[in-house]
Design a protein. Sequence first.
Length: 228
Amino acid sequence: MKKVLLFLVLVLLFTSIVQAASSKPNLEKITFVHYAKDHRGKPIWDDTVTDYRLITGGIKWHVTPVMYEISTANKPGYLDDNFIYNAISASSETWDDATGTELFDTPISTTNPVIIGDGKSTVGWGDLQPGVIAVTQLLYNPATKEIVEFDTILNTYYPWGNASATTNKVMDLQNIATHELGHACGLDDLRPPKDGELTMYAYSDYNEIKKRTLGIGDILGIQELYGE
Ligand SMILES: [Zn+2]
C-alpha cells in the first residue's frame, strides 16, 4: 500500500513538473491610444514638471537591449524609407541616452506589417480612425512584470513628415515615435494639463516637436525603470 502511494505521489509530482515546464506564461495585453489634441486650451507649464507614471506598477523589459523592427509596409507613399528609419531610430536613441542601460538595439528594417503577438516588436503603419494618431500595444507577463513585445501602428490617415523641415501641416514622425517608444519602455500616459510639455503627455498636435526631447518627468521615469 505504501509503495502504491509513493508511486502515485511520484507520478503526480512528475506530471506537475512537466506541466510547469511546458506551459507558456499567460501574457496580458495593454493598449495605448494616442489622440490628437483638442483645441480647448494650451498647456501653460514647462517640461520641468517631475511627473511620470509607470505602467501597472512597473512592468519593464528584463532582457535588454530591446530588439525591434521598423516597417515600411502600408507606409504613406510620399515618405522616404530612410526618413522613416532615421526618425524612429532617433526616437529610441533618445530614451537610450537617458538611462545607463543599453535599452534599444539598432533597429532592423522590415517590409513585414505590424502584427501583435508574432514575437517581434515592430513600429509601422496602418489605417486607423481619425482622431487617433498612433496605437501602441504591449504584451507582458503579469506574474514577472516582464514586457516581452511591443508594437506601434502610426495612423496613415494623417499627413506625416519632419515638422522642422516643412511649413505643411504634418504629424512629426520623431515627435510621435518618441512618445510611443516611451510606452514601449514601460511609461504610461500623462493627462493633467500641467504635464503638457512632457514627452509622455497623452495628446499631440500637428507640427509639434516638443516630445522629441525628454522633460524632467520623462527622464525620472525611465531612470526609475532602467537606472541612471
Ligand atoms: Zn500615449
